[in-house]
Design a binder for this molecule. Structure first.
Ligand SMILES: *Cc1c(COP(=O)(O)O)cnc(C)c1O
Length: 387
């Protein structure tokens, strides 16, 4: 039953509403408010903070890709996560993955804790959540694979546990996108996305999503988005809709390029570690094969010295030295000064995030060109550091 994921990137199973002229590209309803035909005559849309047809089309598309009953589009991934945190109250306790997107760690430690929410950081890919559950525990929050160390958590196993204890399981699925992984099908209650990354996919706008398969959570989140107002604007909703049209193609190509780069890196003498979940020797490989349809386009590697890492960053041209991920262009990131700059040093050390770690978001360029670029940059780094 139902369309394949490739088709669901382009078409909703239900009839497309909202356009009388047969536009193939869904229109941008750039309006703040909607006129009523008379008392009790709402068109179904009243004010764009609550809902707007373009945002609704995007939300239905993302809900369909993640197999949820509802998806909500926010002005950023962080706005989505911050809104989700409003589901909890002072005195509640959350167990969160210790290797997370730096911005999520910053939110939990600086905002959630200030609001009276107790946070325990745990390496959930190897430690059991059961040992950290208390009477006031309300949820478990993970990313898999994690950023940037690509640790893989068995979602179904964790979901069996959270269900048995009536805890909400939240999975940030940004790294694999719904094309490769659907946590709700594995038992998660809420899926988080930074829509800025693979869903938008073109490094041109910021967005975020919460998706759920539960009516009670959907109702809570709808109340929150209406009340706190971080919903995505119509034009940005349209950009993400447009990006999603090519999600399947982009994910396949990024993965193919990532595998080629991972294999090339493994052969390099100054590379001390290549972390890509698609490599058989990766500790997460078997779980990934069980719970995901692919390995994605993100990889991390370690070089032998900090100086070598800095040389790489200083010499890249085709590959750009920038934060973010999941777009058409290949980006290289230095987690220690960029995405993870606000993470306490003890936490960085515990996660193995050193000044020799580099993260690559592999794009959809020609793989010969990407490997050619790396060869050039590695040669320059060698000359600079080893004479
Ligand atoms: C980027 C990112 C976020 C935050 O999303 P923004 O759109 O930048 O606000 C959250 N989680 C992960 C895994 C991310 O990569």
């Amino acid at each position: 039953m139902g369309y394949s994921i490739e088709t669901r990137c382009l078409h909703l199973e239900e009839e497309k509403k909202g356009d009388i002229y047969g536009a193939v590209s869904f229109p941008i309803y750039q309006t703040a408010t909607f006129a009523h035909k008379g008392v009790g005559g709402s068109t179904g849309y009243d004010y764009s903070r609550l809902q707007n047809p373009t945002r609704e089309q995007l939300e239905k598309t993302v809900a369909s890709l993640e197999k949820g009953i509802d998806a909500l589009a926010f002005s950023s991934g962080m706005a989505a996560i911050a809104t989700l945190m409003e589901c909890f109250k002072p005195g509640d306790h959350l167990i969160v993955d210790s290797d997370l997107y730096g911005g999520s760690i910053r939110l939990f430690q600086n905002i959630s804790e200030k609001n009276g929410i107790e946070i325990s950081s745990v390496d959930l890919y190897r430690e059991s959540a059961a040992e950290y559950v208390k009477d006031n525990t309300k949820a478990v929050y993970i990313e898999t694979p994690t950023n940037p160390m690509m640790n893989v958590t068995d979602i179904r196993k964790l979901a069996d546990f959270t269900k048995s204890r009536d805890l909400m399981l939240i999975v940030d699925n940004t790294f694999l996108s719904p094309y490769f992984q659907n946590p709700l099908e594995l038992g998660a209650d809420v899926v988080v996305h930074s829509g800025t990354k693979y869903l938008g996919g073109h490094n041109d706008t910021i967005a975020g999503f919460l998706v759920t398969g539960r009516v009670d959570i959907s109702e809570k989140l709808r109340f929150l988005i209406k009340t706190t107002g971080a919903g995505l604007a119509p034009f940005d909703s349209w950009l993400i809709l447009r990006g999603i049209k090519t999600l399947a193609l982009r994910m396949e190509r990024a993965q193919e390029n990532a595998m080629a780069i991972a294999l090339w890196l493994k052969e390099q003498e100054h590379v001390t570690r290549v972390i890509y979940t698609g490599l058989k020797e990766n500790p997460g490989y078997e779980i990934m094969k069980k719970q995901a349809r692919g390995f994605g386009g993100m990889l991390t590697f370690e070089v032998d010295t900090k100086e070598f890492a800095l040389s790489i960053l200083n010499h890249v041209k085709l590959i750009q030295f920038a934060e973010s991920l999941g777009g058409t262009e290949t980006l290289i990131t230095y987690p220690i000064t960029q995405t993870h700059a606000d993470v306490p040093p003890d936490k960085l050390a515990a996660n193995g995030i050193s000044d020799r770690i580099l993260r690559v978001s592999v794009g959809i360029e020609g793989k010969e060109d990407l490997i050619g670029e790396l060869k050039r940059v590695f040669q320059l780094a060698k000359e600079e550091n080893y004479g």
